[in-house]
Design a protein around this ligand. Structure first.
Ligand SMILES: C[S@@+](CC[C@H](N)C(=O)[O-])C[C@H]1O[C@@H](n2cnc3c(N)ncnc32)[C@H](O)[C@@H]1O
Length: 199
């Protein structure tokens, strides 16, 4: 979907995603030393706002101006100066500095495009910096529930492993996510990896 499509989606309802952070984010960052964070494809900013509330200084990027506007509106006054909102296409956006944490949640792009974004994203990790990523798994189409139905934009081990070669990988695997009222769980793909301190 292009940015106009995402704008229309965000404008059509009060909130497309949850108000609080994605359920996987707090445990994934637990124990990390707070510093600078990048929320890549932040949407309405649920994860960026939560990270800011935990003391992170956040850069939140998305190509949907409508999503970013919502994020700004939803941010409590006392956190406004903790989040820099950026409307940009990740295909060619460059931050110009590194981050202690990069979060990528449910960003689904054609494989070649995603691989290129991911490779650049890993290069923006500071020494010791952590990458946490959650998305719909390829296997979710046939065996899970919900999410995009195009396997070519979904996540699996083959998609991530090349970009993670220089990182310490704690997790790069599927996780089941129970869905209310559904007999089958959704199948997500979760990555938790960090750049060694001494690089
Ligand atoms: C499924 S939503 C997830 C939003 C957010 N990460 C969350 O979990 O709440 C995917 C987001 O990716 C953004 N997106 C998709 N392609 C993009 C691109 N090329 N550049 C920047 N943002 C993009 C969309 O605008 C949308 O907000």
């Amino acid at each position: 979907m292009d940015s106009a499509g995402w704008d229309a989606r965000y404008e059509a309802s009060e909130l497309v995603w949850s108000r609080g952070p994605n359920q996987f984010l707090p445990p994934l960052v637990e124990g990390s030393k707070v510093g600078s964070a990048l929320d890549l494809a932040c949407g309405e900013g649920r994860n960026a706002i939560w990270l800011a509330s935990q003391g992170w200084q956040v850069t939140a990027v998305d190509f949907s101006a409508a999503g970013i506007e919502k994020g700004k509106t939803l941010t409590p006054d006392d956190l406004q100066n903790r989040i820099e909102w950026v409307v940009a296409d990740l295909v060619d956006w460059e931050p110009g500095h590194t981050f202690d944490l990069i979060a990528v949640f449910y960003l689904h792009l054609p494989t070649a495009v995603f691989s290129s974004v991911l490779e650049r994203c890993v290069s923006w990790l500071a020494p010791g910096g952590r990458l946490v990523a959650v998305g719909h798994a390829v296997r979710n189409v046939a065996e899970g529930v919900g999410g995009p139905q195009a396997p070519e934009i979904l996540w699996d081990d083959d998609l991530f492993r090349p970009a993670l070669a220089d990182l310490v990988v704690t997790e790069c695997a599927e996780r089941l996510r129970p869905v209310d009222g559904e007999p089958r769980a959704a199948i997500d793909f979760v990555v938790n990896a960090h750049r060694p301190d001494n690089e």
